[in-house]
Design a protein around this ligand. Structure first.
Ligand code: IMP
Length: 203
C-alpha cells in the first residue's frame, strides 16, 4: 500500500524509509506532490502537531499519510526545547543556531539528562488519525561531536553508548532512536492492516 510521508525534512524521510523498509509499504515523499499545503505547527504537544500534519496531508492527497513530530526534552531546562525544538533559536529553523543556544543554556549545568521524543500519527484519507509514540533516553555533551544525522544529534549520547547520534552509524541510530521505537509500535499495531490497503480505519 502507498503511504505518504508528510515531512519536508529529508533526514526524517530517509530515516523513516530505512526503518520501514522491511514492510510492504511503498513510501511516497512530499516532493512527488509538488505544491502541498503548508502546515503551521502551532500545537501545544507533539501529538497535536503530528495529527495536524497527517490529517492535512491525507485529506489533500487522498492517501493514507504518516507524520512525525519530534524533539528534544532536557530535564535541567524543564523539558525545553520540546515542541519548539525545530525553532529553538527562532525562525527559520537552523540546526547550528539551535545547538548553539542549547550549549549556552547548558554551560556549567551538571545534570545532562535528556530524551528525544517522537509521536507518529497515521491518518486515513478521511482525516481520521491514530498515534503512537517513542522515546530515547540519553545525555548531552558539552561540545558538538560528529557529522552524521541532523538537528541535535551532535550533542546527544544515547544511554548505553559513548558516541553521539552524529558519530554512530545511521543503522545503529535507526535501531534505537525515538523514531525507531515509535515506528516499531506503529508496525506492530497497524502493519498488517496497512499492508492490506484499507479505505479507512476499521470501526
Ligand atoms: P519537527 O519537524 O517540528 O518535528 O521538528 C523536529 C525537530 O526536533 C528537528 O528540527 C530537530 O531539531 C529535533 N529532532 C527531532 N528528531 C531528531 C533526531 O532524530 N535527531 C536530532 N534532532 C531531532
Amino acid at each position: 500500500m502507498n503511504l505518504l510521508i508528510a515531512t519536508g525534512n529529508r533526514h526524517k524521510f530517509r530515516e523513516i524509509s530505512a526503518i520501514l523498509k522491511s514492510t510492504r509499504l511503498v513510501m511516497i515523499s512530499l516532493k512527488e506532490w509538488g505544491d502541498v499545503p503548508e502546515v503551521v505547527e502551532d500545537g501545544a504537544t507533539f501529538e497535536a502537531n503530528a495529527i495536524k500534519k497527517a490529517v492535512t496531508l491525507a485529506r489533500f492527497s487522498g492517501l493514507w499519510t504518516l507524520a512525525d513530530d519530534s524533539g528534544l526534552e532536557v530535564d535541567a531546562l524543564g523539558g525545553e526545547p520540546g515542541v519548539w525544538s525545530a525553532r529553538y533559536a527562532g525562525e527559520p529553523s537552523n540546526d547550528a543556531a539551535n545547538n548553539d543556544k542549547l550549549l549556552r543554556k547548558m554551560m556549567g549545568v551538571v545534570d545532562r539528562r535528556a530524551r528525544f521524543r517522537c509521536v507518529i500519527a497515521v491518518s486515513d484519507p478521511n482525516g481520521v488519525a491514530r498515534t503512537v509514540s517513542g522515546t530515547c533516553e540519553g545525555t548531552l555533551r558539552n561540545q558538538l561531536r560528529g557529522e552524521g544525522g541532523f538537528g541535535y544529534d551532535p550533542l546527544f549520547v544515547p544511554c548505553g553508548h559513548d558516541l553521539t547520534f552524529a558519530e554512530i552509524p545511521a543503522d545503529i541510530k535507526n535501531g534505537l532512536s525515538h523514531r525507531a521505537v515509535a515506528l516499531a509500535r506503529a508496525v506492530q499495531e497497524w502493519g498488517g492492516l496497512l499492508a492490506s490497503g484499507p479505505g479507512r480505519w476499521p470501526e
